[in-house]
Design a protein around this ligand. Sequence first.
Ligand code: ADP
Ligand code: S3P
Ligand code: MG
Length: 167
Amino acid sequence: MNHIVVIGFMGSGKTRVGKRLSSDLGLTFVDVDKVIVRKMNMSVKEIFQRFGEPYYRALETMTVKALIEDKEKKVISLGAGLPVQEQNEKYIKQLGTVVYLKGSAETFRKRLEGNNNPLLEGDNQEEKIKKLLKQRDPIYHKFADIEVVTGVKPFEELIKEIESKLP
Ligand SMILES: Nc1ncnc2c1ncn2[C@@H]1O[C@H](COP(=O)(O)OP(=O)(O)O)[C@@H](O)[C@H]1O
Ligand SMILES: O=C(O)C1=C[C@@H](OP(=O)(O)O)[C@@H](O)[C@H](O)C1
Ligand SMILES: [Mg+2]
């Protein structure tokens, strides 16, 4: 399919940017995390706690596979961990044009203060963010058709930049 697919680290703005692109382009917005939360009637954190991370990852893969078959063009925000799972590699490429919201650990640390993400629980969020970002940035980069930097220019300008780069 030729969906518009937004990827990036936690706090990179996948949900906010995805929503805005969808309204500007007149397309339906789908946030993969929200699809799963709705289906399970549980928060991401609860799913991780009750069933474990591999179960959540399987739900993500199922959701992505269904979206590949979806004939109505959409803007789709993926969870930050989804592109990192090897089993999803071939599916992401089939989804459409991938927009990577790149950013610094410092930008994400500020945006993620007080967040509820199961992967950032406990002490030393800053170190956790730095470590995960270092692992994940090359993977996001590999999938990107369009790469923009978040946290350096105002939101409106970021949106204009993305829209000018879309095919
Ligand atoms: N370009 C931006 N500039 C400033 N704040 C932003 C920007 N994009 C997103 N945010 C803020 O950062 C937080 C995380 O955004 P969100 O869209 O939920 O990220 P993600 O879905 O990637 O985890 C929210 O509070 C959001 O309003
Ligand atoms: O980084 C991750 O592995 C995760 C990021 C989350 O998505 P957001 O990036 O939208 O917060 C959500 O999918 C889950 O908590 C796992
Ligand atoms: Mg999100």
